[in-house]
Design a protein around this ligand. Structure first.
Ligand SMILES: Nc1ncnc2c1ncn2[C@@H]1O[C@H](COP(=O)(O)OP(=O)(O)OP(=O)(O)O)[C@@H](O)[C@H]1O
Length: 217
């Protein structure tokens, strides 16, 4: 009868609508899940990139202390074989200087050439052939702390090249002795200027302000 046909058509329409609804809901869920997965993948890649850049940019000491220590210890006997020339290290080129030239330039490390004394050794003024003047630090030769200080200072100064930081000229290893050659600070160190015999009397407030700004840079 026509009424039962109408009823069947109505039931079929409702079923079709329900199926359509169900399908739409599934599509929406799939799209949302895919979007979340996509965002998570992008975030993971981003995080990995940042972590990698930080790892590469970090000083060696923060990466793998054990392996850098091993490298440093391994470096010394290799350097000992040379006496002059330039040593290419992972950070650049540093002059390996002959002991004889340091001895000659400092007048055999004479008292009259002493510029100052630090925690790890004495610093001498050195006049090299050709008029080149520098400062030579002779590190004490007892104990591992001197060896570590020598390696740390070389490592740091190779990496830090800045107009406000004294530059590294070279180094020398002679028997048990270790030497570091620096650019000469003709007016002495900042500490000497501030706390030396003059007690800073030579520094005007304008100069002090300039020093403070340069230090911050
Ligand atoms: N490049 C340089 N030019 C001129 N004088 C220097 C130079 N380097 C060091 N001096 C003088 O030698 C002194 C000792 O320097 P050094 O670097 O051995 O020790 P420090 O930095 O004063 O102290 P510490 O060894 O305890 O860190 C300095 O105070 C300074 O007077």
């Amino acid at each position: 009868p026509p009424s039962s046909i109408c009823l069947r058509v109505a039931v079929l329409t409702v079923e079709a609508e329900e199926t359509h609804h169900h399908l739409r809901r599934q599509i929406i869920i799939a799209v949302v899940l895919a979007s979340i997965a996509g965002v998570m993948i992008v975030l993971a890649v981003l995080f990995a990139c940042i972590a990698w850049r930080r790892y590469r940019g970090a000083p060696d000491d923060f990466k793998d202390t054990q392996s850098t220590d091993t490298q440093r210890i391994a470096l010394v006997p290799i350097l000992n074989r040379f006496n002059s020339f330039k040593a290419t290290t992972k950070k650049g080129l540093v002059a390996m200087m002959e002991y004889a030239s340091l001895e000659a330039a400092t007048g055999n490390f004479s008292e009259s050439n002493v510029l100052g004394v630090g925690g790890f050794g004495c610093v001498y003024k050195a006049n090299f052939d050709g008029g080149f003047v520098a400062a030579v630090k002779r590190l004490g030769c007892e104990g591992q702390e001197y060896e570590k200080e020598f390696e740390n200072e070389l490592d740091l100064l190779q990496r830090i090249q800045h107009s406000n930081i004294v530059s590294l000229v070279g180094f020398c290893i002679h028997q048990e002795n270790r030497f570091i050659v620096y650019e000469l600070m003709v007016n002495g160190s900042l500490e000497t200027q501030l706390h030396g015999p003059s007690h800073g009397s030579a520094l005007s407030w304008h100069i002090r302000m300039k020093i403070a700004l340069d230090t911050a840079r």
